[in-house]
Design a protein around this ligand. Sequence first.
Ligand code: FCB
Length: 487
Amino acid sequence: MTSGTSAAPNTGPSAAAPASVSFPAGFAWGAATAAYQIEGSATADGRTPSIWDTFSHTPGKTLGGDTGDVAVDHYRRRPDDVALMAELGLTAYRFSVSWSRVQPTGRGPAVQRGLDFYRGLVDDLLARGITPALTLYHWDLPQELEDAGGWPVRETAERFAEYAALVGEALGDRVEMWTTLNEPWCSAFLGYGSGVHAPGRTDPVAALRAAHHLNLGHGLATQALRSVLPARARLGISLNPSAVRAKTEDPADQEARRRIDALANRVFSDPILHGHYPADLLADTVRLTDWSFVSEDDLTAIHQPLDFLGINYYQPTVVSSPGPDAPTGPRSDGHGASDHSPWPGSEDIVFHPAPGERTAMGWSVDPTGLHDLLMHYSAEAPGVALYVTENGVAYDDKPGPDGAVHDPDRIRYLDGHLRAIRRAITDGADVRGYFQWSLMDNFEWAYGYSKRFGLVYIDYETQERTPKSSARWYAQAARSGELPPLP
Ligand code: FCB
């Protein structure tokens, strides 16, 4: 992402907001979840551990030792949850398939009971007029594949394509929108670099190899899906590109921005959209690897036509060159603290909090980054539709004395980001829909159940679901195609 050369001041989510903002007909009003974060029933119907089961059961890896064993019990409450989605006016729902439910060892034939769960989910959605948007991989690699080398090895990409074909064959008659990977940056650099995510490895070279084999997995899976899916299927990937801004106009800070742009963004978007790795990234990492694990054939396989690109956005990234005041010691990249950097070859670059209000994650609220990204990818990938496949916010929501959960801050956040999307559409970006993260409070990875991103409040003792006031606001937007007034 090369637009935006210095950290812009945050003008606030609703600065100079026009009174009424409406969206094009057919715009998808969605919400998103991921299998390990909501399903629970970790050992039901033949499911075996994924890397997230192993990681969360390892002492010290998640806050309070929380695991996804029960999560929000969606595996058993699926019909009621879909009814709730319909009540909230959703027109689309983004979910992920648990690889370990469908192909427990990561190899061999599919387990029918695993597929049946997703077939049931899709049927429930379609019966209520909600478009299913299926993600094949949201970070939960079958443990056996990690034991065989994980994403740093080529075989994992090949296994992923086989798994993609199995799911494609089973659900291709009823699912049109397919996403290969969710946020490969997190899988590669948090999973194998800083180690704050599963499998918790801290090896910079393994992280770069993982990035490549995730790209390859995307390409091979896209080819496999095209061969089994009907022509009407739409295929894409969800990236979490950073809207990277340099702290100052100083050339050294601009150079820091370039390096992080390479590692956060172009390591994925260049091979996927253009069929090559960025020359500057190869030079930046030359101390670590000669990238001989990449072949010309791999690049051809990765560079597949896409129908859409999913953008996941939470906050901008502000960087500077390492100066005398650079902080030392454990660092937090917003997903957990670690002594290890998730930025191979650029470990010394300094990250600064972006301007603006903070959320319960400590992330800043600044919708301008979303507008920047949408405009950037609209120019970089002409003809490829864009979806915002994740955007949302954690606040410490609690039921009031009346039992209701009032979350006006989340409404303001959604309003600000939806306005940024509307501006991007006006400015020419082909944005087809929005998937709010997340439908319900859920297992927020290393933070366990401590962070609440949901439109729907979960009482983890009873599993009772209570739509927050943001859910009602969003339902009104989804029904009218227009942003309702702020409370
Ligand atoms: C994204 C993840 C999603 C959720 C949100 C808050 O990086 O894709 O699962 O954790 O962050």
